[in-house]
Write a protein that binds this ligand. Structure first.
Ligand code: PLP
Length: 396
């Protein structure tokens, strides 16, 4: 028996774990409605043609070798221009491109946080950050997103929970799994805390182009000239190509404070050679997409968001706040639930609707779950009808 390293013991990724059970039912002939994973290409979404053409051309031009460890210059230049459009004061040499923003996040946290130190993560939040707490053997330091305040955090709570071992605060804006946006006031509050305690802010903005009702997105880094901010973004969601695995970090803020740390991240980047070459050629055409591309994407998603908000609030015993961005909702179950994973599995078995329990996002109470509203409206409608039936038949 080979004993696995203890750093893997607490790693869970519920978004994929639930699929194992769904696959068993599928093998028995069940038609599963997948509301579990933010993978647009399994629904009716595909990237813009101009991105695909750029990648195909890159492959034909034999851009198939290793690339620059920090990312190809053309892509880094485009990312810099996009950062500047968002009001971020960065320069050439402040960017690293990786294999999905996941890899970049891992490199940036690995280069910052020692075992026994901690970084603050939103609760609920994207499970990769929780997994990295285990992998890097750091302390868990969560701050709560408050459902009663449209899932915004309370900066006083963050202030209370910062301790001498805290190195960073993670922001996910727009948020996965709640679809919420952080207000400017909250962002400024977090910047003040980071400033006071010499922390680095990680601002994960991977859904920043998917905004409803005319909402606008403020990059944290645009509000912070002196505090070190790592702005994280990528092609996966805004451009519908999660499988191309292209993500990046932009370092901004006090350059003197950042210098050594940035070099440490770049060292890790060099140690793993490079990310995929041809897909980096899609960065320029992606970030230079016409406004019409984003408008169409949001227009397609809006009725799905609206339907989700309406139908879930109509189900007796459930409620949901209106997502302002991304393609997730995090509904509340107002009835007694003992174990959210068991309940989600029961819904899967009885109604063939697959969702993810709130505990998969670090949420401790078994009273929430996450819905991905990427499927077509007919599929969502059917799923919500089945969910309503489930509640009627099973909840007293
Ligand atoms: N950050 C957030 C908030 C996400 O929701 C996701 C994916 O769902 C990622 C990062 C991972 O992005 P990538 O596919 O670029 O690794």
């Amino acid at each position: 028996m080979i004993k696995p390293a203890s750093r893997t013991e607490n790693i869970r990724y519920a978004i994929r774990d639930v699929v194992v059970e769904a696959d068993k039912l599928k093998k028995q002939g069940a038609n599963i409605l997948h509301l579990n994973i933010g993978n647009p290409n399994t629904f009716d979404f595909a990237p813009p043609e101009w991105m695909s053409e750029a990648v195909i051309k890159a492959i034909r031009d034999n851009k198939n070798g290793y690339a620059d460890s920090l990312g190809i210059p053309e892509a880094r230049q485009t990312i810099l221009e996009e950062a500047s459009r968002k009001g971020i004061n960065a320069k050439d040499g402040d960017i690293v491109i990786g294999t999905g923003v996941s890899e970049v996040i891992e490199m940036c946290l690995s280069a910052l946080v020692n075992s026994g130190e901690n970084f603050m993560i939103p609760n609920p939040g994207y499970p990769l950050y929780n997994a990295l707490v285990s992998k890097l053997d750091t302390g868990l330091n969560k701050y709560t997103l408050d459902e009663n305040k449209d899932w915004e955090p309370d900066t006083d709570e963050i202030k209370r929970k910062v301790n001498e071992k805290t190195r960073a605060i993670i922001i996910i804006n727009p948020n996965n799994p709640t679809g919420s946006l952080y207000s400017r006031k909250v962002l400024e509050g977090i910047i003040d805390i980071a400033n006071e305690h010499n922390l680095v802010i990680f601002s994960d903005e991977i859904y920043d182009k998917i905004l409803y009702d005319g909402e606008t997105h403020t990059s944290t880094a645009a509000l912070a000239d002196d505090v070190p901010v790592i702005t994280l973004n990528g092609l996966a969601k805004n451009y519908l190509v999660p499988g191309w695995r292209i993500g990046w970090a932009v370092f901004s803020g006090d350059q003197k404070k950042l210098e050594n740390y940035k070099e440490a991240v770049f060292k890790l980047a060099r140690a793993r050679l490079s990310t995929t070459y041809p897909f980096q050629l899609a960065v320029k055409p992606a970030l230079e997409s016409p406004q019409d591309y984003y408008d169409k994407l949001v227009k397609k998603l809006t009725p799905r968001r609206d339907l989700t908000y309406k139908r879930l609030n109509e189900i007796e015993g459930m409620s949901v706040t209106k997502p302002k961005g991304a393609f997730y909702a995090f509904p509340r179950m107002k009835f007694e639930v003992e174990d959210d994973m068991k309940l989600i599995m029961d819904v899967l078995h009885k109604k063939h609707v697959l969702m993810v329990p709130g505990s998969g996002f670090g949420w401790e109470k078994p009273d929430h779950f996450r819905i991905v509203f990427l499927p077509q409206p007919e599929v969502l409608s059917e799923a919500y009808n089945k969910l309503e039936e489930y509640v009627k038949e099973n909840v007293k």
